[in-house]
Design a protein around this ligand. Structure first.
Ligand code: PEP
Ligand code: MG
Length: 321
């Protein structure tokens, strides 16, 4: 079986009815691009940049990565993908991903609802600007998408765009080369999924973070074992938010991808194809299994069934779960 999957490595991911599907890799470190390339990924759909900032004490690193160190890491990821796009997500610390030394904010009861991800970045202007400059510089070496986590408010979007302009201006003033980036927003807070027009006005693409979207929609802490049985990707509320996000992005001709666990779970491949998703990002180890499912699917024929699943009161039953 593993050998059979391995042979799919260089086979394009095309459905029976001829739809080309983009299968991308989620990575945590630049070195992970090797596994992504080996699995035949067509790019990186999610580089979780916070991993450059985490666990540094264990690696005997005494300070957080500065602009130069980040630039090197992003450039290595870009070069590792040999001309294919790399989506770099700005730092998503807080909650389950504490930062060494710095306030992990575990003192709060609900870190997942606290100063996390973009909220944290907007509260640390020097750090945010350094990261943005590093990403823009790496973008001079190959195609880069810049992805912002956990946005919910129009005000946060506006502030983020100001920071990006400022980072670009700083590089220009320094005489450094910045590359172009496509700009994307994670849709992982229900408020974002329910106000898509605001996001689609400002961003080139959306990336659905189902891990957090499930957590926040169902009010289930994704790290709490005692409620893990209630963490349900096939809850109708979750599927309706995912379906709407895909449909709205497509209607406006914007890119849309899923980069949460749902994208790498073969139980959802046919549903997502039927809902119109054409870009999936997952751990490199899941790519070939998902590709096998794509090769067997007829996306056009799945559309009606997918709509029924999403409108159903018991999607899990129709998904055969
Ligand atoms: C997600 O929330 O689905 C996601 C991809 O981001 P992370 O798992 O890093 O929070
Ligand atoms: Mg997330």
């Amino acid at each position: 079986e593993r050998e059979r999957l391995w042979r799919l490595r260089h086979r394009p991911a095309v459905t029976l009815d001829g739809e080309r599907i983009e299968l991308l890799a989620n990575i945590e470190m630049p070195e992970d691009t090797a596994a992504a390339m080996q699995a035949g990924a067509q790019g990186v759909g999610l580089f979780r940049s916070e991993f450059l900032f985490m666990g540094r004490e264990a690696r005997h690193l005494t300070r957080l990565p500065d602009e130069e160190e980040q630039y090197e890491a992003y450039r290595r990821a870009v070069e590792g993908m040999q001309g294919m796009p790399v989506t770099i997500r700005t730092i998503d610390i807080g909650a389950d991903k504490p930062l060494d030394g710095k306030a992990a904010r575990q003192e709060y009861l609900n870190p997942a609802l606290g100063l996390r991800a973009i909220r944290w970045s907007l509260s640390e202007p020097a750090m945010f600007l350094a990261q943005l400059r590093a990403i823009l510089r790496a973008a001079a070496h190959g195609p880069v998408n810049l992805l912002i986590p956990m946005l919910a408010h129009a005000r946060e979007i506006r502030q983020t765009l100001v920071f990006i302009d400022k980072a670009r201006a700083e590089l220009q003033a320094r005489g450094d080369t910045a590359g172009p980036v496509r700009l994307g927003a994670m849709i992982e807070v229900p408020a974002a999924a329910l106000s898509l027009s605001v996001f689609l006005k400002h961003f080139d693409f959306l990336s659905i973070g189902t891990n957090d979207l499930i957590q926040y929609t169902l009010a289930i802490d994704r790290a709490d074992e005692s409620v893990a049985h209630l963490y349900d990707a096939s809850h109708p509320a979750v599927l309706r938010l995912v379906a709407q996000t895909i449909a709205e992005a497509r209607r406006l001709g914007k890119g849309v991808s899923v980069c949460g666990e749902m994208a790498g779970d073969v139980h959802f491949t046919r549903l997502l194809l039927g809902l119109g998703l054409r870009s999936f990002s997952m751990h490199p180890s899941q790519i070939l299994t998902v590709k096998q499912e794509v090769l067997r699917a007829d996306a056009g024929k799945l559309a009606d069934w997918a709509r029924q699943v999403v409108e159903s009161d018991d999607p899990a039953e129709l998904l055969g779960r």
